[in-house]
Design a protein around this ligand. Sequence first.
Ligand code: FE2
Length: 379
Amino acid sequence: MSQIKEIEKPNKIFENAQDFLPLLGVDYIELYVGNAKQSAHYYKTAFGFQSEAYLGLETGIKDKVSYVLKQDKIRLVLTSPYNKGGEINEHLDDHGDGVKVIAFWVDDATKSFEETVKRGAKPYMEPLKEEDENGYVIRSGIHTYGETVHLFIERKNYKGVFMPGYKKWESSYNPTSIGLGYIDHVVGNVGWNEMNVWSKFYEEVLGFSQIISFDDSDISTEYTALMSKVMSNGNGRVKFPINEPAKGKNKSQIEEFLDYYNSPGAQHIAVSTNDIIHTVSEMKSRGVEFLYVPDEYYDTLIDRVGKIDEDIDILKEHGILIDRDDEGYLLQLFTKPVQDRPTMFFEIIQRKGAVSFGKGNFKALFIAIETEQKNRGNL
Ligand code: FE2
């Protein structure tokens, strides 16, 4: 029997969240990577991102290089160090390639910092104003789970490309977009018994509210289990599910992540599309690997989700998962990890009314993940 707890009805979901921290959305996600130049090529080629901005030796920066990529409302920043030692190398040594910054777009970065620190956030960056001939940007930041941080970006007085210090990145290599639109949610994996600590952090420090929780009776297979709570900000533009491992016969996928990331961290970034069949077939032809979904998943699909617009055979061909809630349905698919360590991956999601997170697919998804874990000798 389902143990899912819908905390609020979807149209009332976000009313509990408080407004001392109005977030306009996710401004960008920054990954620390071993080779930003090659990562940028991968995200352009395979994920259809466009070149936006650059910072490095050519712009007078001596210690690090950053490439900014864009697709509709999604911005990725890929950063690598030039020299040995320092914070970025330490991060790479501990975690491999992974998410360092989940930045929020705000109206007032100084107030965002003050309000969150007042409520218990550990400061990461005091408000800092940077300017050039195009205006100014104010940034500030706080720590969250593991070594991940949230930055607050105030850019209302800036007209230039990305931020002061960056130059426009002109490239003659411009693969077409694959139709990714915005960041739907970012999932954090935290340690044993830490889910409540971090959901409380988002509630108390950032004014988020809990919209859904899943326990291990929802999210378990024969072997492994996890628990999850989904936190959302007031306007629903920022949604962070928080996972922790739960006891199963074997090692949970969350434990595998924690073992290789060596701390809590961002497990997956879910990105939206309006045409998942197009997006996924483009990604496949450009070399992205997805989790395998067994054919049997589709045998009972119509009984479970009812009538849908898409041709089931095409969904089956691509291994796209479907789930329904009271408001509509959603289609989703998960990549394999995008670096060598079995850590971060992406979710491609198309929402057709549904506001949930694909609970009906958890079982199929986790069996698929376990197959991969087993191949790695980690189950
Ligand atoms: Fe997700």
